[in-house]
Ligand binder design. Structure first.
Ligand code: NAD
Length: 257
């Protein structure tokens, strides 16, 4: 087991990449605190880990607020007594992700930056003191290929580009404290966010979305949440003990084009 006796806090653990990573971490021996703004799906992930014979707790939290981020960290520490790993993953695409710069609303900009970038900062802010107490730790932030290349998503891309540089600044500050900070930059992954279910698309439209993206992908498919979970596992584990400040692109070759 690669995470035996480790305590991990996973934000956005109720769905997609966060859920897959929560399940994988539990299989690898971690005690998992699942934080999500969606109480039903977050509690479901924690219950599923329990059924697998693992140890998990659900904490309802909005990571875009200081109170929510602090509650997420406190929930993990109160239940498990320490914190070693933070997967800073909760994120949203915004209501009109591909809107032109003239059409992006201030409200959408603030919401996307609030969850995707400020949420990463806030969770790290409250997790780092706990990791220092534990003698070290690992933070993995979820960036995106949209934070590396221009994908016509202004607010989303800006938030993820911010995550890439915040990963480096935190990594340098914390390197001598035994806390590593890395990021994953997923390409298109089959989750509700990519399918467009939040935008009210029906099943057929969602399937068409996935088929179009698969068609344009070098491998002829988009990724599965487990493709990202395994990359996060590596970065969070001691196998990556000399890796910090890095953004690991996991995109099936999309940005190699
Ligand atoms: N799916 C992709 O193709 C893809 C690609 C690149 C990056 N990402 C990033 O991966 C991360 C996970 O996305 P996903 O595809 O699994 O999406 P998802 O919608 O399946 O899961 C996101 C989870 O985050 C939770 N969440 C949203 N806002 C929150 C908040 N304020 N506080 C706490 N929880 C909140 C949601 O309730 C949900 O459970 C996001 O940061 C996303 O930007 C996804």
């Amino acid at each position: 087991m690669r995470l035996k006796e480790k305590v991990a806090l996973i934000t956005g653990g109720g769905s997609g990449l966060g859920r897959a990573t929560s399940l994988l971490f539990a299989k690898e021996g971690a005690k998992v605190a699942v934080a999500d703004i969606n109480a039903a799906s977050g509690a479901q992930t924690a219950a599923d880990i329990g059924e697998m014979g693992g140890d998990a707790v659900f904490v309802e939290a909005n990571v875009a607020t200081a109170a929510g981020a602090e509650a997420a960290v406190r929930g993990a520490v109160e239940r498990f007594g320490a914190l070693h790993i933070l997967f800073n993953n909760a994120g949203i695409a915004g209501t009109r992700t591909m809107a032109s710069i003239e059409e992006v609303t201030e409200e959408d900009w603030d919401r996307v930056l609030g969850v995707n970038l400020k949420g990463v900062f806030l969770c790290a802010k409250y997790a780092v003191p706990e990791m220092k107490k534990a003698g070290g730790g690992a933070i993995v932030n979820t960036a995106s290929i949209a934070g590396i290349i221009g994908l016509h998503a202004h607010a989303y891309g800006a938030s993820k580009g911010g995550v890439v540089i915040l990963t480096k600044t935190m990594a340098l500050e914390l390197a001598k404290k035994g806390i590593r900070v890395n990021a994953v930059a997923p390409g298109f992954i089959d989750t509700p966010l990519t399918r467009g279910s939040y935008r009210g698309l029906d099943d057929q439209q969602q399937a068409a979305n996935v088929a179009r993206l698969a068609d344009e992908a070098p491998m002829g498919r988009i990724g599965q949440p487990e493709d990202i979970a395994h990359a996060v596992l590596y970065l969070a584990s001691d196998e990556a003990s000399f890796v910090t400040g890095h953004t690991l692109v996991v995109d099936g070759g999309f940005t190699a084009q």
